[in-house]
Write a new protein. Structure first.
Lengths: 190, 190
């Protein structure tokens, strides 16, 4: 990744039981941590629209030509609204990486998807296809899935955007902004 | 200002004719530009509640003990909702500085306040009491008003939080976030 490349960090806002939709925030960061823009969209809680909503958010952004990487906090937004990162990459022609700090508990995710959704197997198939790789950082490890970019290059991009701790700035700041939009103040989680 | 001191940058969201209120965003930045938190409140468009609303936002923040300076984009939020920075400083016990990139047109502000508000003279009195000083930066100058802090120290704080251009990061990022909350994407103004 080139120095000062633009990375769009994406995270969703917390939601309450019964909410139909939740906010999603994209923060455009010039590596490592210069904020250049913020954009928002909404996704259905536990819905199926995360991939097209993210693609549309990127497409209508005036920054779309400058973004070299989409970096999403986790593999799903708004609960179990799974992001098909391969489809998102093909739609936007921008590489996509998901990052998460906790190793996902695959067994409990499978159980939840099968129990709660008629199309649980389809959602699982998307997650399985994307795989998950542990990536060491100067701090604790991250788990990443990649589309349109190799794990090695994704790790370098994560390093290039990390200032403190393990979480890269685009995702860390997107989390702070998304939480504040919903709650009035972010709680952070560094 | 100590290295890594926390500055809360404050800006309002754009509003439309007829809106009763508009969002106000506070971004807590560890100098020069590490985002630590985001908080929000609302103020009445052309109202009189900016000062107590800001004081309440700061008071309920978990960061309140860490903030060494409030840095507000301009002397009023939500149109002509003038911030009484001396009162805000006394209320929060935190120094306050307003910054603006364009030299305010005092004559047209006076005309507008007198023509549009029964209490226009009171609002003007607050603005006059606060004064306005031109401060050079590496880029273009800024105009600042200070409460609880001298112009020289305020200038140093602005320098300590400036990465590119003239606008310090706390205010620049608050502007980007506030705009995105309202419009779905910030336009920036660097």
């Amino acid at each position: 990744m080139k120095a000062q490349a633009r990375v769009l960090g994406i995270d969703d806002a917390p939601f309450r039981f019964g909410d139909a939709e939740t906010e999603v925030v994209g923060v455009l960061v010039r590596a490592p941590n210069y904020v250049e823009g913020v954009m928002t969209t909404r996704v259905a809680v536990d819905g199926r629209d995360a991939t097209p909503r993210l693609a549309a958010m990127v497409r209508r952004s005036r920054f779309r030509e400058a973004i070299v990487l989409l970096m999403i906090d986790g593999a799903a937004l708004g609960g179990f609204n799974v992001v098909d990162i391969q489809a998102l990459h093909e739609e936007t022609r921008i590489p996509v990486v998901t990052v998460t700090r906790r190793e996902p508990d695959q067994a409990s995710i499978e159980r939840a998807l099968r129990a709660r959704f008629e199309d649980g197997e389809e959602r699982l198939a998307v997650l399985r296809r994307q795989g998950l790789t542990e990536v060491p950082t100067a701090h604790k490890p991250l788990w990443v899935s990649c589309a349109g970019i190799g794990v090695r290059e994704a790790s370098a991009a994560i390093r290039a955007c990390t200032v403190r701790g393990a979480l890269p700035e685009p995702v860390r700041i997107a989390h702070i902004v998304a939480t504040a939009i919903k709650r009035g103040e972010s709680r952070g989680r560094a």
